[in-house]
Ligand binder design. Structure first.
Ligand code: GLY
Length: 572
């Protein structure tokens, strides 16, 4: 693989000195030992994007489950009540702390490309990109990872059978619930696409129309598919009746999945990325997410500054410059670690960060055009995240997605499974942007069985006195939201303050700082503009769900982002 010139000298130096927990090909050597506290909270906290999902988690804890059983309940219930963001036909990434072993684990349940993937399917006859094929219908869907990931989570780390941890989702799908305004809005927004496929219309448009406000909405076919998973584990989805229905439906609508693609799917455990910052240990997502690498690179750069002693403008300046450099790197190099060699030793090295810090000027923005070029990227706002800490100190953060609103909008007949449109997270067509404006590199080119690059960054922050589980949806903004959440938490903010904190975002290109109203006061904005920054106001973004744990009094706190109405952070 060719690394850009600016990186080669450092890479060579690092190869000579050796470092970090990753081999140069991205394969984890060992997960570094954790340093989580030996105390136990004695009660539990859950924060998710929907109160029904948070309550499902508590229901399963009350039946003797641990955080990982609760996570299965929350994720499967979100599949029913928040299908616009995540679900049974999508995938997830999970960061876990296993208290009894004092061990951190990462579960990669990201989708894979079917073996018959063909880049020409994403082009029109005239060679221009076919955005419809990339985003709608079965060609846009990767082989789902969510069912296999939840089965792995339950079997390897949970205490309860799937029949118990999946029960709330099955009941909610069968008995029905009142969809919130966000789901109703998504169905209305995508009505034309849902009408293209009879099973999608049957599920989301009862009587030919989106459900009315306050109407009970049921999804018995999804309930049946979760029941098969509860009964048979992986085999309930990836083999037999469900697999056959998925493949038949995909083929009937022009897609190219095979029974073998489903049978071959495996959720994988990987060593998480671990970075130390100001006395805290941050455990976060490795590739095929770009998020953890970017967060580690940013924190390594920021380690060289005393942000607490700075005025707001200079604090923001250094954080933005660190974001700029991390985003420049992350799409150049990263992809599925089972397919591409990545210079993780370099990207995660403090020495590399030292080098990047050298060209950050104290009072001046670095135009992105002055740095060796990377791809453009525009933030998108989908996906979901939830955080859990249980009474024994187990911690789990899961970010889960079907990609764009209501994924591919394609439901496989007879299954209730809404398929993702995650294929668009590959660099499908060279030099053509995806839905987030992402161009990507060869490292993220589609290939049969390969996982597409993600920004999902579920993170666990462990300190001597306090720990937290932090994550958020939001496309490329996931990375900067989680980074800012970590910084706020380390500065002493509560779960509520971390979730509510105003946000800013820079991602190398476009060379603008996206700002939420109120994030900078007038004087700070003026100072940043004087330094050369273009500030671009945006509607509030993200949907952070945070649980914190104060080890000094064993108090848990859970907060759901106040920007959206249906979330619930609860401690019991
Ligand atoms: N589909 C959005 C992501 O994985 O980052």
């Amino acid at each position: 693989m060719n690394f850009p010139l600016h990186s080669r000298a450092l890479l060579l130096a690092l190869m000579l000195t050796g470092s970090a927990a990753f081999a140069a090909d991205g394969a984890p050597k060992t997960a570094p030992a954790s340093t989580a506290p030996a105390v136990r909270p004695g009660h539990a906290g859950i924060a998710s994007a929907n109160f029904l999902a948070t309550n499902a988690g508590f229901e399963v804890l009350a039946k003797g489950g641990n955080a990982f059983d609760a996570a299965v309940a929350v994720a499967s219930t979100l599949s029913v009540v928040e299908p616009e963001s995540s679900g049974i036909g999508g995938g997830f990434m999970a960061t876990l702390h296993i208290a009894k072993d004092n061990r951190d684990v990462f579960i990669d349940a990201r989708e894979t490309a079917p073996m018959a993937v063909n880049p020409r399917d994403y082009l029109n006859p005239d060679g221009t990109p076919n955005r419809d094929a990339a985003l709608k219908g079965p060609l846009s869907a990767g082989i789902p990872g969510e069912p296999a990931g939840l089965v792995l989570l339950a079997k390897r780390y949970g205490r309860l059978p799937l029949s118990v941890s999946l029960a709330p989702a099955i009941r909610t799908a069968r008995d029905g619930f009142k969809p919130d305004s966000r789901l109703l809005g998504a169905i209305r927004e995508e009505q034309k696409n849902l009408e293209r496929w009879p099973a999608s219309a049957a599920k989301f448009l009862p009587n030919g129309q989106p459900p009315a406000d306050g109407e009970i909405w049921r999804d018995p076919e999804q309930a049946r598919t979760w029941e098969l998973i509860a009964e048979k584990g992986d085999a309930g989805f990836y083999h037999g009746e469900t697999a056959q229905k998925l493949v038949d439906a995909v083929h009937a609508a022009g897609g190219n999945w095979s029974l073998q693609d489903l049978a071959n799917y495996r959720a994988k455990e990987r060593a998480p990325i671990v970075v130390d910052y100001r006395g805290y240990r941050i455990v976060t997502a490795p590739p095929p997410s770009s998020g953890g690498v970017a967060i580690a690179e940013i924190l390594n750069i920021l380690r060289g500054y005393d942000l607490a002693k700075m005025d707001q403008a200079h604090r923001a300046h250094y954080i933005i410059e660190a974001m700029r450099r991390a985003f420049r790197d992350h799409n150049d190099y990263l992809g599925d670690p089972d397919f591409v060699k990545m210079p993780l030793d370099m990207l995660l090295s403090p020495f590399y960060a030292d080098g990047l810090r050298q060209n950050i000027l104290p009072d001046q923005a670095t135009p992105s055009s002055m740095l060796p070029h990377g791809p453009a990227h525009d933030p998108g706002m989908h996906t979901t995240h939830f955080s859990i800490i249980d009474k024994d100190g187990n911690m789990v953060g899961i970010t889960s997605t079907v990609n764009y609103v209501l994924g591919s909008t394609f439901v496989a007949k007879g299954t209730g499974v809404l398929l993702n449109d995650e294929m668009d997270d590959f660099a499908l067509v060279p030099d053509q942007p995806n839905v987030y404006g992402l161009l990507g590199s060869k490292a993220n080119a589609p290939q049969g069985g390969k996982r597409m690059l993600s920004s999902m960054s579920p993170s666990i922050v462990v300190g001597k006195d306090r720990s937290a589980v932090i994550g958020s949806p939001g496309g490329s903004t996931i990375i900067t939201q989680v980074l800012e959440g970590i910084l706020h938490f380390i500065d002493g903010d509560s779960a509520q303050q971390v979730a509510a904190a105003k946000r800013f975002h820079h991602q190398f290109l476009p060379d603008v700082v996206y700002v939420e109203d109120g994030v900078f006061d007038a004087a700070t904005s003026a100072e940043l503009k004087k330094m050369g920054y273009t500030l671009k106001p945006r509607e509030p973004w993200g949907y952070m769900n945070v649980v914190t744990w104060d080890h000094r009094d064993n108090k848990l706190d859970a907060a759901s982002d106040p920007r959206r109405p249906s979330g619930l952070g609860k401690v019991e």
